[in-house]
Design a protein around this ligand. Sequence first.
Ligand code: BGC
Length: 441
Amino acid sequence: MTKMEFSCIILTLIMFLSLTCISPMTIGKGTEHKMYRGINLGNALEAPKEGEWGVIIKDEYFRIIREAGFDTVRIPIRWSAHADDDPPYKIDDEFFKMVDWVVNKSLEQGLITIINIHHYEDIMQDPAGHKMRFLALWSQISEHYKDYPENLYFELLNEPHGRLTGKIWNELLAEAIRIIRVTNPSRKIIVGPANWNSINGLDSLIILENDKNIIVTFHFYTPFEFTHQGAEWVHPPPPVGKKWLGTETERRQITSLLDEAVKWSKEHGNIPLFLGEFGVYWKADMDSRVRWTYFVAREAERRGIPWCYWEFCAGFGAYDPKERKWREPLLYALIPNPNKHFVSAITDYGNITGTGWYDEGTYATIKLDKTAMGFLVRNVLDHFEGLKSKDKIIDERTVQIYVDGPKEIRAVWRKDCTQLMLIVIAACISIGMLLFMMKRR
Ligand code: BGC
């Protein structure tokens, strides 16, 4: 091989690598582990009993997750349901074995693995009464995993809320960190604010800024009426049918909140942030879910915030456990495929088919099921907005879109009063004739 050929190969390799690797955010300096894109293995170990919420973690899941391009898995765990109620609040050995199995499988795949305390509902209602038990849980968990590799991360408590106010939480989290640090001096510890880990709660959070292995998490489900439409566990469930179109106002609602989180981090010694949960429940339409998920993930990345989608294979699931395959619209929204583009179509009436991710250079056939709707004053399809020169109009309700980038078309409808006018004219004629006949009589 000549020197020239060698340099060409090196140059090509560098170009290829710079195109395929989007610079990941490193959490904490000096470690080689990078948290970037993750997924929550939700509804499994945080259910009252494993399996009760329909998810049993399988060995294969971790390989599937890694191969799809995720580097992190967050495993919510309801430790409080598997520990004694009285001191020393011993955690059940069998449960520890189950968590060990899950953690080991995840670590074997090279995934950064986050374990937390999830759904400790009693502590939200009675923080003082459950303080010692909570600390005892962390004392046992941290002792148990102290020799585990450094890409096992601990997250103190999911979504503190209720009577566990910001002030009480700050005292409790400091004590929990002190306990963990005895056995795990440099393990990454994730902690989020009171008020459900919301960005609004950040201002009440007090964190030791001198501990460089602390990461601050927040959850993101804005707008809640959209992401949680039809969610049975919300009382009352927000009505279904709400779309997210990605309008300027909708986008700004998201970016301004994320900017607040970044501002808070800057004011607190650039403490690393982590978007630990975000997602849309299955009852929203898939196109809106894709638009929202893609937007939130990219906006977080743009700000250097690693994220974990909520969640893998239950109600928000990006993976279909029955079909044993990814729901591609959601997967590509999370992990973009450089050769695929999203073709989105918006209509105020009727149903549109054919939207989704398409390979570059192909055509997407977009079809409306109706071109007119209503009675008297009818809504009639006028045209499709957003068509480009390479797109084709097949018939009045069907267009083919050439995919050379992300596409968005909109069905434009107009009001048609012909029916109403005909009826008014007929009525006028009848009344006129009636009056005429009455006069003649
Ligand atoms: C809760 C889940 C819920 C999700 C979205 C999580 O923190 O633990 O039960 O489905 O948030 O609301």
